[in-house]
Design a binder for this molecule. Structure first.
Ligand SMILES: [Zn+2]
Length: 454
């Protein structure tokens, strides 16, 4: 039974969550006698994996992130489900694809009452907090605050002309570090889940002159891609400061640290600058690493991963049962060296128009926004441009720059991609006035067996 074919199932879990008992005091996974692990998730907006020195880039853009990744498991083929900020990060939190959680475009909030791994962690005794420095993630636009005990919008600066207020990496780090320090006593024995989302290196790419020389960039002739690189160096220093603070906590509370991005950035490839409108690799691919010192050995995973795999994987690592209603792959057995990475995984992707004004009907905005769908399997990527019915097929190993499609543009989509398109479309026309959730007998049994129901 696939959860993809059951749009009501997430709501069934939402109902189950409402009934979920808080974790009994002192409860801990069997393999962690010291208690639950702290979890830190660092996401850096618009960050291409191949622009990090840790992924082989020739410029030393990211020493702090490189050191973190070297101490953990680095995923070499991680992608986002949708290359837009709020849709992508809402998938990371809910495990749902954008057409299911409803935030298919920036400015369209996720549906209310959805389940999420952060809500479950909160019920299990975690103190959950988010620090976001990006206007698109403000609760008013994203609807994400309900998924955290504390949702801090750090909006201290005017960064570019379209945006009234954002935070730069230093301000965001200050706020997160202050929370870590001040909260330590208040937390007591409670573990934390802290998510910090940085805005840089999102456009407009500012030149950070203090990093130009280290990167071999002449500030007088720096082009946009050079400036983008200095933004990475700038945010990397702040990530390093945040990690240093968590390291101090590590002595007593081992922390699982996740590093990733919401999407990449097209830096002129396919005559396109930016992200969101297409599903080419520069915007789909993201860095992804999971570091848990002393608990998982450093390594590299070459199989395809998705950002929405994180909840299942974190639950697996922490020793919590993973509900089958969680989408995404649980990588924890692979990270512990107990299983091989899957070799036959297919991943599904979607692209929608960018930000919306909130005045129109959300369902209309969702339906009119769909641009592309794609499916990647066995190193082959099939993409369909929805309106023009144009299709591409790329062999990603032989043609990593996606320049030579192996099919004519008008050829019909594969059955698998046609099914995916139908599914995405059906999610987009789903009204906000959903029927009440129906919790099936089997769902109830499973959730009860997992300890999520009494
Ligand atoms: Zn973004």
């Amino acid at each position: 039974m696939s959860s993809r074919s059951l749009p009501l199932l997430p709501l069934a879990l939402a109902l189950a969550l409402a009934l979920l008992p808080a974790a009994p005091a002192g409860a801990a996974p069997a393999d962690r006698p010291g208690g639950f692990p702290n979890i830190l998730i660092v996401t850096v907006d618009t960050l291409r994996a191949d622009r990090l020195s840790g992924y082989g880039y020739e410029r030393p853009t990211s020493p702090a992130v490189d050191a973190l990744m070297a101490a953990g498991v680095r995923f070499d083929q991680a992608r986002t489900s949708e290359p837009l900020t709020a849709p992508s990060l809402a998938s990371m939190i809910t495990t749902l694809d954008p057409h299911e959680h409803g935030s298919t475009r920036n400015g369209l909030a996720v549906r209310e009452g959805l389940p999420s791994f952060t809500k479950i962690l909160s019920r299990r005794g975690y103190r959950t907090a988010a620090f976001v420095g990006n206007w698109t993630l403000r609760d008013e636009l994203s609807g994400l605050a309900e998924h955290f005990d504390e949702f801090h919008e750090v909006l201290t600066r005017q960064r570019w002309f379209l945006v009234r207020r954002e935070a730069d990496a230093r301000d965001l780090t200050d706020a997160a570090v202050e929370w870590l320090e001040a909260d330590r006593e208040a937390r007591g024995d409670r573990p934390f889940l802290l998510w910090v989302h940085y805005v840089e290196p999102h456009a407009p790419y500012r030149l950070h002159e203090e990093h130009a020389a280290d990167l071999g960039i002449d500030p007088r002739s720096a082009g946009p891609a050079d400036r983008y690189d200095t933004e990475i160096a700038f945010v990397d220093r702040s990530v390093g400061r945040l990690l240093g603070d968590v390291d101090r906590l590590d002595a007593v509370d081992p922390t699982i640290v996740v590093f990733t991005s919401d999407h990449g950035e097209s830096l002129g490839e396919h005559d396109y600058w930016g992200h969101g409108r297409h599903l080419y690799e520069p915007t789909l691919r993201v860095p992804l690493s999971i570091t848990w010192r002393g608990r998982i050995d450093p390594g590299v995973v070459g199989a395809p991963a998705l950002i929405l795999d994180l909840p299942a994987t974190l639950f697996g690592l922490a020793g919590f049962p993973v509900p089958t209603v969680f989408q995404g792959f649980d990588w924890s057995p692979v990270l512990r060296g107990e299983a091989e990475a899957p070799s036959d995984r297919a991943t599904l992707h979607q692209a929608h128009r960018g930000a919306v004004q909130g005045s129109e009907n959300p369902e209309d905005l969702r339906r009119r926004g769909l641009l592309e769908v794609a499916r990647i399997a066995g190193g082959v990527k099939e993409t369909l441009r929805v309106k023009s019915d144009r299709r591409w097929l790329f062999d990603l190993a032989a043609d990593p720059l996606e320049k030579r499609s192996q099919v004519s543009p008008g050829s019909p989509a594969s059955d698998e991609l046609a099914i995916w398109l139908d599914e995405v479309r059906s999610g987009l026309v789903l009204s906000d006035d959903l029927p009440p959730p129906v919790l099936g007998e089997e769902d109830l049994k499973e959730l009860e067996a997992l300890g999520y129901l009494d």
